[in-house]
Write a protein that binds this ligand. Structure first.
Ligand code: SF4
Ligand code: SF4
Length: 388
């Protein structure tokens, strides 16, 4: 795609990045077929290609209408378009730049509402209190400790997850311990930055990200093999830390180290001998979070781990499509979010499963609120002789 972005914008790091990404798009339209919002509306403005044009216009002519703002707000940042694109367009990075660009045009009442939601979702005292009423799981098995250790990892506890579903990290610790992996936990008083970052609060996000990088890089240099995430929404953000800094930024090297060490729990387990593990249920339906299959580019990874412990997961219809959770999307775009959840649950329920599993706390809570079928993180189903 040809671009005519003014020199003063191209000479900024964000402007250069946006220009490079725009030029890699050949406007073939392949991405339209896998975009959830385009599938619902059939409107080009709700497609990846339409959004790319809007961002191009904003950069070239400073053209930003309320329609552009709405179109970018309605994008789930699911990155299904990236998985489909034959030209490797880094849409996720482009839409973040586009959102920052259009943000000043947002009406004041929307700014206030979004700030309030952001504050609520990132203030431990507030979300921990709310979690008391919406708690999803509690710990039901004793904690085991590794008898002999062959590796040592840092477990990202997450900010909201320990309050809403403490059994997820508990189960992960037990599985890792049973495989001889020593687990250290992060002191995580702050969000990974994902919420702020995707709500165009870049300054606040960057401060949280730098604090995390400072804390975690110290732990890495003290000798750990990997940083483990059990929430794919946090994992993708931490893996992307290195893309947020220029190579001459003092944080670049530390950010790259943290990103390179970070693995989803499924990715880490796949490197291990899992023969001592078994699973509590085999009538399972699995929802692959967008942040795992499109964001972290790990399609099929959980299915591979589950196959290694004896369960074959059949793909569901439209498994590449978002469930509508998408961070804070379900709060700001409830109509689209509910429609996507309804479609996803219809496909997940088609095989009459005993349980639905997923790999991200956001998807788990969102799907749970639309079905009577129990929804869990898949790690909670793994069992060893030591924690039955
Ligand atoms: S598939 Fe890729 S190259 Fe084609 S229009 Fe979509 S983003 Fe552009
Ligand atoms: S990120 Fe998802 S919703 Fe947004 S344009 Fe791409 S496919 Fe569509």
């Amino acid at each position: 795609m040809q671009t005519k972005i003014p020199e003063q914008i191209i000479n900024t790091p964000q402007g250069k990045k946006a220009n490079d990404i725009l030029r890699s798009c050949v406007h073939c339209g392949f991405c339209l077929a896998t975009c959830p919002t385009y599938q619902l509306s059939g409107n080009e403005l709700d497609s990846p290609r339409g959004r790319i044009y809007l961002i191009k216009s904003a950069l070239e002519n400073n053209e930003v209408s309320q329609d552009s703002l709405q179109s970018l707000d309605q994008c789930l940042t699911c990155r299904a378009c990236e998985s489909t694109c034959p030209s490797g367009v880094e849409y996720g990075q482009l839409v973040d730049i586009g959102r920052e660009l259009v943000e000043p045009n947002r009406p004041m009442w929307q700014k206030l509402y979004r700030s309030g939601v952001r504050l609520f979702l990132t203030t431990p005292m507030l979300y921990n209190t709310a979690a008391l009423f919406f708690k999803h799981s509690s710990i039901s098995t004793p904690e085991i400790t590794a008898e002999t250790t062959s590796a040592r990892v840092l477990l990202l506890t997450g900010c909201v997850q320990p309050a809403l579903a403490p059994n997820i990290n508990h189960a992960a610790k037990n599985v890792l311990a049973s495989l001889g992996v020593e687990v250290l936990e992060t002191v995580q008083t702050e969000c990974c930055g994902a919420l702020e970052h995707h709500l165009s609060a870049q300054e606040k996000a960057l401060q949280q990200i730098k604090n995390n990088i400072d804390t975690w890089s110290k732990r890495i240099t003290s000798g750990i093999d990997a940083i483990i995430s059990t929430a794919s929404g946090c994992g993708v953000m931490v893996k992307d830390y290195k893309t947020l800094f220029e190579q001459n930024d003092p944080y670049y090297q530390k950010a790259a180290l943290v990103s390179e060490k970070t693995k989803d729990i499924a990715e880490y387990l796949l490197e291990k001998d899992l023969s001592i593990l078994n699973i509590r249920s085999n009538n399972i339906s699995y929802h692959a979070p967008c942040t795992l299959q499109h964001g972290q580019k790990l399609p099929g990874i959980v299915e591979q781990v589950l196959a290694r412990v004896g369960v074959q997961i059949s793909p569901i219809t439209d498994s590449h499509l978002c469930c509508g959770s998408a961070g804070s999307y379900s709060i700001f775009q409830p109509t689209i979010s509910k429609q996507l959840r309804k479609n996803k649950l219809r496909h997940l329920s088609a095989s009459n499963p005993d349980i639905i599993v997923t790999a991200n706390i956001g998807c788990l809570v969102h799907l749970s609120s639309g079905t009577d079928i129990p929804v869990k993180h898949w790690i909670e189903l793994l069992n060893t002789s030591k924690n039955t």
